[in-house]
Design a protein around this ligand. Structure first.
Ligand SMILES: NC(=O)c1ccc[n+]([C@@H]2O[C@H](COP(=O)([O-])OP(=O)(O)OC[C@H]3O[C@@H](n4cnc5c(N)ncnc54)[C@H](O)[C@@H]3O)[C@@H](O)[C@H]2O)c1
Ligand SMILES: N[C@@H](CCO)C(=O)O
Length: 353
């Protein structure tokens, strides 16, 4: 049985949810997946950092109500978040990057990934910045250091779309996609349809753990723009940068726009899409669209996301599932670790034989 030592970078909603899963499910994973996870280091801007080579107790990490700089009180702890030392020096196999997504330049998360990969550590991340802005560089670094860079949770949280398309749609010729790719804005639009004001709906999404640290990224379309770039680059072989994707969010939609759509048997949805043009170029966009109720994406509600992949050989293939949420996103990290474990242990190769 394998034990993976891991470092958590960022100890917010997602990495706490992963810690809770570790506290409750390690024995199940040992039986069903063939590995256990052992948290050896944690670093968080607010709490500080801590390294314990034998492992930290996951239950204690969750239950202790640490104040600002609280990791400083632990053995091996410091009140400062020394990410660089933790990532480069902690004796871990996998660095779990779940700090905030910076839609402008992807930092400091890109540096976190770079340090880990250069140190010969696998990276699993739910952070969209490094994937949308620096995937090529980080994949090359992973390859050069014989480790994995995995990021299923960067699009649609734990709902499989990137790996599903890579593993099961090879040769189907994906020509484009359109989807609802932000849980917060979809949740907000739904709450506004029920009469709630915009600010209260955003506050609810924050409380439920769907929203970004700065929810402007959700409601102004910046988060979807990163996801459009990731999907276009991964599934269509594009080389898009975020600034090349046109972007409009939902913040200008007023209650009367929402009412008018309902009276016209339609609904506003924030749609992210990309298409391969006749000349081979790829165009991406993010914009609110008024969809008739019978449109397949019109019935996707709350923090649920959906993406319809337009393929040459299969027609339209739609994937629907949670697009945000702490545990749902922690599951994406687990699925990345399972992918690493299977690749390293050769179990996929055995399954295929
Ligand atoms: N919550 C979701 O539903 C969801 C879904 C998919 C992807 N994501 C992504 O996962 C990541 C984590 O999301 P979350 O909901 O846990 O966010 P969060 O805001 O709850 O937690 C982020 C944590 O990172 C810490 N942090 C910020 N900058 C840091 C730095 N430089 N060094 C160390 N720690 C730092 C913060 O103190 C905070 O505790 C984000 O990038 C987010 O975009 C979240
Ligand atoms: N804030 C994002 C999290 C998932 O990336 C959302 O609401 O969809």
């Amino acid at each position: 049985m394998k034990i993976y030592n891991i470092a958590l970078i960022g100890f917010g909603g997602v990495n706490r949810a992963l810690t809770e899963l570790i506290a409750t499910k390690n024995s199940l994973w040992e039986r069903d997946l063939g590995f256990r996870l052992n948290i050896v280091a944690v670093s968080d801007l607010y709490l500080g950092s801590v390294i314990s080579p034998n492992g930290l107790d996951a239950k204690t990490l969750i239950e202790a109500n640490f104040a600002k700089g609280g990791f400083g009180r632990l053995s091996g702890g410091s009140a400062e978040a020394d990410n660089e030392t933790i990532i480069k020096s902690a004796p871990v196999d996998i660095v779990v990057e779940a700090t905030f997504t910076n839609p402008k330049d992807g930092e400091p998360a890109i540096s976190h990934c770079r340090w880990a990969l250069k140190s010969g550590k696998h990276v699993v991340t739910t952070n969209k910045g490094p994937v949308a802005i620096a995937a090529q560089e980080l994949k090359a670094l992973a390859k050069a250091n014989n480790v994995h860079f995995e990021y299923e949770g960067s699009v649609m949280s734990g709902t499989p779309v990137l790996r599903m398309a890579e593993k099961t749609l090879s040769g189907a010729e994906i020509k484009g996609f359109e989807g609802i790719l932000n849980g917060t804005s979809n949740f907000v639009l739904g709450r506004m349809e029920n009469g709630l004001d915009f600010a209260s709906a955003v506050a609810e999404a924050q409380a439920l753990g769907f929203a970004e640290a700065d929810p402007t990224a959700d409601v102004e379309g910046l988060d979807v723009r990163l996801k459009v770039v990731i999907l276009a680059n991964e599934l269509l072989g594009a080389n898009l940068k975020p600034e090349e994707v046109s972007c409009e969010g939902i913040s200008k939609l007023s209650p009367s726009d929402i009412d008018a759509a309902a009276k016209a048997n339609s609904r506003w949805k924030l749609i992210g899409s990309a298409v391969r043009n006749a000349d081979g170029t790829i165009t991406g966009s993010v914009a609110p669209k008024q969809l008739p109720l019978e449109h397949p994406l019109a019935g996707v509600n709350g923090a649920t996301n959906a993406v319809s992949l337009n393929t040459e050989l299969l027609g339209s293939v739609t994937v629907t599932g949670p697009g945000a949420g702490r545990t749902e996103t922690a599951y994406a990290l687990l699925s990345d670790i399972v992918a690493i474990h299977n690749a390293r242990s050769g179990s996929l190769a055995k399954d295929a034989a």
